[in-house]
Design a protein around this ligand. Structure first.
Ligand code: ATP
Ligand code: MG
Length: 287
């Protein structure tokens, strides 16, 4: 699968409408897609083990999307084979009073993955240039009035780029996924949540309200993607109308990113190796 087709180039402007929501790649059908995902899940388990043993890099995966695009399912399926001790998942909702007493990056900084770990942000600081922008929520934040000006979104894009560059230069690799679902498919999924009793709990009135702002969100997403896809923290726009395809594409990207790190298990030096032999002898000769 050519993964570059989903990547937002660092120095070129894209139009979101040119990215497909519905896509199969060269994959025959859902069952083939699921088999390929299974293979990736196994690869990921092995790569995670190396990441953990090497204990120097961390991987941060950011998931952003409109409601019902499948963030939760993608996280669940792609990460299903991983060792829970090596992963950290955080879901970010509206900020609490305590969080609003700080700058907007604060709560995310605290949640960054430790070295050797894979961290997942289900929503992220990108909400601070998305929902906050669409609903003009800055007026409820505690920013000094004179700092809220027309340049604020561009300023935030720069702050985010600087932040992610800082992470990269400190061994924390960030990859960002926008699950690109169509408005039509979102409608189908909402209706399913209403029709299927076991899915009722997933339905929320707020989702319907947000849907009315679809075009504003698309615009804000496009602006964010164009301004914050960099070579050290790229954005991928994942076709999400088919859940199985989105999961497969994401898993491919995560596998590729980890493989590119060429992680090796730490090796012992000769001295340490010979000590191990001594220890083994000691154990064997135990009475
Ligand atoms: P799901 O609906 O699939 O359970 P979700 O991520 O949509 O998952 P919700 O609890 O429905 O979770 O929504 C979280 C809400 O919090 C979103 O509407 C999001 O826009 C909002 N949110 C996140 N960060 C911020 C922020 N910084 N300011 C305001 N709202 C935010
Ligand atoms: Mg929601």
């Amino acid at each position: 699968m050519n993964l570059n087709q989903f990547k937002v180039p660092a120095n070129k402007k894209i139009k979101l409408e040119n990215f497909p929501t519905e896509f199969n790649g060269a994959i025959k059908d859902k069952s083939e897609g699921k088999e390929l995902l299974e293979e990736n899940v196994k690869k990921l388990a092995e790569l995670q083990d190396r990441l953990y043993a090497y204990d120097k890099y961390a991987l941060l995966l950011i998931f952003q999307a409109m409601d019902a695009a499948g963030k939760d399912g993608a996280i669940k399926h792609v990460m299903s084979g991983l060792n829970p001790q090596g992963t950290q998942v955080y879901s970010f909702k509206q900020p609490s009073q305590e969080e609003m007493d700080h700058d907007y990056l604060w709560r995310f900084y605290k949640a960054l993955p430790e070295r050797g770990r894979i961290g997942i942000f289900n929503r992220s600081y990108y909400e601070d240039v998305l929902v906050v922008r669409v609903h003009n929520l800055l007026r409820f934040r505690k920013l000094p009035q004179k700092l809220v000006n027309n340049n604020i979104w561009d300023q935030r894009f720069k702050q985010i780029n600087n932040f992610e560059k800082y992470l990269f230069e400190n061994g924390i690799i960030t990859i960002k996924f926008f699950l690109n679902v169509s408005k039509e498919e979102q409608k189908k999924r909402f209706i399913k949540r209403i029709d299927d009793e076991s899915k009722n709990w997933k339905f929320s009135e707020a989702d319907i309200k947000e849907r009315n702002y679809w075009d504003d969100y698309q615009k804000s997403y496009e602006d964010a993607l164009n301004n914050t896809s960099t070579k050290y923290a790229p954005w991928y726009v994942i076709p999400a109308d088919k859940k199985w395809f989105a999961r497969l594409a994401i898993s491919n990207i995560v596998v590729k990113t980890l493989e590119d790190l060429k992680l090796k298990y730490p090796e012992l030096n000769e001295d340490q190796k010979s000590k191990l032999k001594d220890y083994k002898e000691l154990l064997m000769n135990e009475k």
